[in-house]
Design a protein around this ligand. Structure first.
Ligand code: CA
Length: 227
């Protein structure tokens, strides 16, 4: 049974996460602040840490940095109330492995946790870099670069890009994308997919000659290199 340390001062949020994890057969210990967290982490061995960014006596990013001084192995997932690219970048720079924005669906949290725990058991030699044409994606740090130039992506843009990188030359329908990236069926229609696809394409194609993702009218999108 995997043992998780959850560091979250908001009781309602902590209770919700804790209950969900326990229902999924995880053992959870909750710390209400940085001081308590440090005491728990130094006393026991956890399989994964969940750190909220906003804590009463410190912030999750500093806490993460501190943990990483002595422990580079345990997966760390950061939680933040705001989708701030800066927070995400700081968190990942501080050594966090993944980053989730509140509010989130519990299923998404669970999926991230499972992915992090799986990754832990993957031999270090397994390639975590996905490549397509001159685009590279690092699935450990969730960062992208094209022709050596770093591209800053939001969590959803990253999720979209990873989906395409894992399915090159395949036509992906909007419904499929919605299900894979957002994890739920949308009954409100899937126009928002086009909005996100435009954001993503601007970021990865704007300054470059070749388009990588193409619209297939009435069908969806495909990642394909055109020479
Ligand atoms: Ca908090």
């Amino acid at each position: 049974m995997n043992y998780i340390c959850l560091v979250e001062d908001e009781q309602k949020v902590a209770g919700f996460i804790c209950k969900g994890l326990e229902e999924n057969r995880y053992k959870v210990k909750t710390a209400k602040n940085g001081e308590e967290a440090e005491a728990f982490i130094s006393a026991e061995k956890f399989d994964l840490l969940i750190l909220d960014v906003m804590l009463p006596d410190t912030n999750g990013i500093d806490l993460c940095r501190k943990v990483r001084l002595t422990d580079q192995q345990t997966p760390i997932l950061m939680l933040s109330a705001l989708e701030q690219v800066q927070n995400k970048v700081s968190g990942l720079k501080a050594g966090a492995d993944d980053y989730l924005v509140k509010p989130f669906h519990f299923g998404e949290l669970l999926a991230r946790i499972e992915a992090l725990l799986r990754r832990k058991h993957v031999p270090a030699t397994e390639d975590h870099i996905l490549e397509f044409d001159d685009l590279k994606l690092d699935t450990w740090s969730n960062t992208a670069e094209r022709a050596g130039r770093q591209i800053v992506l939001t969590a959803k843009e990253y999720g979209l890009l990873e989906l395409f990188m894992r399915n090159p030359n395949k036509l992906l329908s909007r419904d499929y994308i919605a299900e894979k990236v957002w994890g739920i069926d949308f009954d409100t229609g899937t126009n928002f997919i086009d909005v996100y696809m435009n954001y993503l394409r601007k970021k990865i194609e704007k300054d470059f000659k070749r388009k990588l993702i193409h619209t297939v009218i009435g069908m969806g999108y495909i990642m394909r290199a055109e020479r």
